[in-house]
Write a protein that binds this ligand. Structure first.
Ligand code: SF4
Length: 351
């Protein structure tokens, strides 16, 4: 049996209970997910002790009833057991996402985080740093070593480099470029996605491409200014016009469907407007990676309810239809969240 969209959306919102070690600590992207193959599709599921869904014995159960879906946990990768020459565990430098994505946050702090008035209200970027599970800044040499090992030992097929935003005009993009260059020199041909805010100097996008990045995510989370002001007050000071300039330049440099952005479902935006915004992005060659908002412990909105599963399914289906009509598939990004797809229901909907 394959996963249908309604079930995938419900799982995204309600999470699962698990009897196997499928959890990872927070890092780039949503934290505390279980990484599994669900009906053969790589899927990241929130772990929730109160969920009516349960993974046990390699099967997915709802209120104890077998849903007829095989669930296979992603095994712990061998590279986690290595350490750098100066004694830093590889596990603290990058994490396995899904079954074959190596993900890291190259700078684990953000200029918008210190002040709650500017912090994104769903963000927990320093949680794993505070827990001693990662380092604040990863060097290019460290990431090159981890990437080489992860490809050699664990069959990693793509890498995602995200960053907190720095106060420098490049918003941290130049450090990303140095990291990409080191990684692609160590592992020629490895698809790498970078993620950053719109840099003040758009020429940095060309530097990232020339450093070897395959794809780029410039994440706006919502295209509604009122929603942005409420949920991402610091980032909302960057006007939408700057996002559009960065997306257009990124498409020129990286190509159509090599650029993406997150759109979060459940921040209060009208679904029709969210879908219309996604369609604008698709028309510009930018992949809208639709993901449900998740209340995470340690964030400013830890007790905000997640969106209804019906809303997630509806928006996901409509955005998937827009993507299909444009002939854009996440896998064609080559690297990044849209290529991985584990955090979104879009792969189940054909996106
Ligand atoms: S979509 Fe994949 S790469 Fe992106 S945060 Fe989720 S698991 Fe990580």
């Amino acid at each position: 049996m394959t996963t249908d969209l309604a079930l995938r959306a419900d799982l995204a919102v309600r999470g699962v209970r698990v009897d196997a070690p499928v959890r990872r600590r927070s890092g780039a992207g949503p934290s505390d997910d279980g990484h599994v193959f669900l009906g053969g599709i790589g899927t990241a599921l929130p772990i929730s002790s109160s969920s009516p869904y349960e993974i046990t014995g390699g099967r997915l159960l709802l209120d104890g009833a077998d849903l007829g879906l095989d669930v296979e946990p992603v095994r712990r990768p061998a590279f986690y057991d290595l350490v750098t020459d100066d004694g830093v565990p590889f596990e603290q430098l990058a994490r396995l996402h899904g079954s074959d994505v190596l993900a890291t946050t190259v700078v684990q702090t953000c200029m918008r985080y210190a002040d709650e008035a500017t912090r994104c209200r769903f963000c927990a970027i320093t949680a794993s740093l505070d827990a001693g599970a990662t380092t604040a800044v990863k060097t290019p040499a460290q990431l090159a070593a981890v990437a080489e090992a992860a490809v050699r030992l664990d069959g990693v097929r793509q890498m995602v480099l995200t960053t907190g935003t720095s106060t420098a005009p490049d918003r941290g993009a130049r450090h990303l470029a140095r990291c990409v260059r080191a990684v692609t020199e160590a592992v020629p041909g490895l698809p790498v996605q970078v993620q950053c805010e719109p840099p003040g100097d758009l020429a940095v996008l060309t530097e990232l491409r020339e450093a070897g990045a395959t794809a780029i995510g410039i994440h706006v989370e919502s295209m509604d200014d009122a929603v942005r002001a409420r949920w991402t007050p610091g980032k909302a000071t960057v006007p939408m016009a700057d996002y559009w300039s960065a997306w257009h330049e990124a498409v020129r440099v990286f190509g159509r469907n090599r650029v993406s952005t997150y759109l979060l479902v459940g921040l209060g935006e009208h679904p029709d407007e969210l879908v219309a915004g996604a369609a604008e992005l698709v028309a510009a060659g930018v992949y809208p990676f639709v993901v449900p908002f998740r209340p995470l412990a340690g964030t400013l909105e830890a007790s905000h309810p997640p969106p209804p599963a019906t809303l997630v399914a509806d928006v996901t289906a409509r955005v998937a239809a827009v993507l299909a009509a444009a002939g854009m598939r996440g896998a064609e990004q080559g690297a990044g969240c849209a290529a991985c797809g584990a955090c979104s229901a879009l792969p189940v909907a054909g996106g």
